[in-house]
Design a protein around this ligand. Structure first.
Ligand SMILES: [Ca+2]
Length: 198
């Protein structure tokens, strides 16, 4: 529900009491007031202003990342927001084997939106391999605000890809799950909105 709709619903439920007798004129004047308020809200939102929405999806993966290898998990949306303004990623890694647990200092992750033919956008999520190679954690549960690199139009492929790589020998990690939340303007009229409920 966008901001304007929320405002209107508040007015509908809170601003127009139902009265049963002798109230025709009162209701009429209140309806007029409601109409005026509705117009004020609509004008305040402005013809050029677009409601902000958020779509999110969780991907359960439970796949090992090969030692000195990589794993790519792809999220294919049906449709997205109009223009992206914020991307947040939650990511969970663990160790599939107690006898050879993940060494977090080996790990690297990046997120990509789109495909090469539409000038995909990519950013590093973390790079323990280069920035903290002695980190001996055997699991990770992280939340990342990925900044402005994805800002702009949602790309038509509707594709998001998470790459998790293990860059050093010894220790094996597992990508358990990831959640992507994207904020932006509502898609244009006539387009399909995938709310990520499935
Ligand atoms: Ca390794």
């Amino acid at each position: 529900m966008n901001k304007v709709t929320k405002e209107l619903n508040l007015l509908n439920f809170n601003g127009l009491p139902i009265e049963n007798s002798g109230s025709c004129c009162k209701v009429s004047s209140m309806r007029r007031l409601l109409l005026i308020l509705t117009m004020i809200v609509a004008c305040w939102a402005g013809p050029g202003a677009q409601a902000q929405i958020e779509v999110e999806r969780t991907v359960t993966v439970n796949q090992s990342v090969p030692d000195r290898g990589e794993y790519v998990s792809t999220l294919q949306w049906e449709a997205g927001v109009g223009s992206i303004s914020l991307v947040k990623l939650d990511l969970a890694l663990s160790s599939p084997s107690i006898s050879n647990p993940m060494w977090l200092g080996d790990m690297y992750a990046s997120l990509t939106h789109g495909i090469a033919s539409e000038t995909e956008r990519m950013t590093q999520v973390f790079n323990y391999y280069e920035n903290d190679p002695n980190n001996s954690a055997t699991s990770l549960s992280g939340s990342y605000n990925l900044g402005s690199v994805f800002n702009g139009s949602w790309l038509a492929s509707n594709k998001w890809s998470l790459l998790v790589a293990d860059r050093a020998q010894g220790g094996v990690g597992r990508l358990d799950s990831w959640k992507l939340a994207v904020e932006g303007t509502a898609a244009g009229a006539g387009s399909t909105m995938d709310l990520g409920l499935s």
